[in-house]
Design a protein around this ligand. Sequence first.
Ligand SMILES: [Zn+2]
Length: 397
Amino acid sequence: MRCGTLLDPATRTAKRDVTVYLADGVVVEKAPAGARVLDLSAYACLPGLIDAHTHLLLQGDPTEVEYDEQVLKESTPYRALRAVAAARIALDHGFTTVRDMGTEGAGFTDVDLKKAFEKGIVEGPRVFTSGPAMSVTGGYPLLGYSWERKMPDGVLKCDGADDCRKAVRWQVQNGVDWIKVYADRSYDRTPDGGWASIANFTPAELAAIVDEAHRLRRKVAAHSMTPTGHRAALAAGVDTLEHGDVLDDETVKEMAARKVPYCPTITALDSVRGPRSRTNPIWNEIWAAAETSFRKALAAGVPITFGTDAGGFAWDERSEADELGFMVAWGMTPWDAIRSATTTAARLLGEEGKLGCLTPGCKADLIAVSGDPTKDVKALSAVRAVVVRGVLVRGPR
Ligand SMILES: [Zn+2]
């Protein structure tokens, strides 16, 4: 790959006129025999981007109406087909790796997608899976239907420490890479201006989940919007905090000290806040709090990892790269925003030195863009070529 410029997020350096050699799906030192040349000299090359929070099996749920429709009216095979289209969109936007954070009623279809992409049955990004995600009885849609109806669940529900431990084992048996839990729900304000919500799990349940996951060599990602959730999640020892829209000082301090990654997912919040606030104005307050939370975490040195919650907004509605624009608007430098989707995200996935980099030994995931993303991250919305697993899947154009 002849690159006009090569960006190295790990060292925050850009070099002119660099050739990157790829062989057998990895970056190598020298040109392999009989190598074909791909001319990307008009573009800036950088490692394929990582979205650490997606839902391939969801196609937008601004309100519960859209969510329930998908879970109730669409078969799992149909949802899998839509997920393949979503995965294609992710690739076209330059995202060569996704950490998928819950299939929303589609079981372990994410594990099937991952397998199909790895085998080259269809083109798709690398997928880190979490299966159906986990909550408790009464804690997650589908909700509000007649008690006489047997409704499907958007998550795997467990109650009691032993049952939750067994649920983690079931997830692992079916091939998940991560355990995703919902730490809090039902966000509200207290009379004194604080935040209140319901912690889904008891401390014993969440501790059992984290302990069993770690015993089985899996990490735990916690959906947590408000301090009630953060308190519970951090006490249980989760590995990443998802959304974190309302971060109090105590949480920020603890996350910075323990280097717990924070995955803000601003793009999805921006997409759902309008529709959701029509029936519940709390979503306007959550949006207002999100920027303050992001700035506090940034100033404190919390590891901020790129994640969009794509699927929460329709995959064809906007690009996941919009997240970079929010991050920069909220105080991050373009270089650090790029690092959040490469270096930092690779670390979260335990793939440091393999993903999010283009030095010899790194996996051959590369994108080319017009313009200089280190000056203006909007350049990352103009993806000209995409290589994943050493295969050109888009462009150059
Ligand atoms: Zn999510």
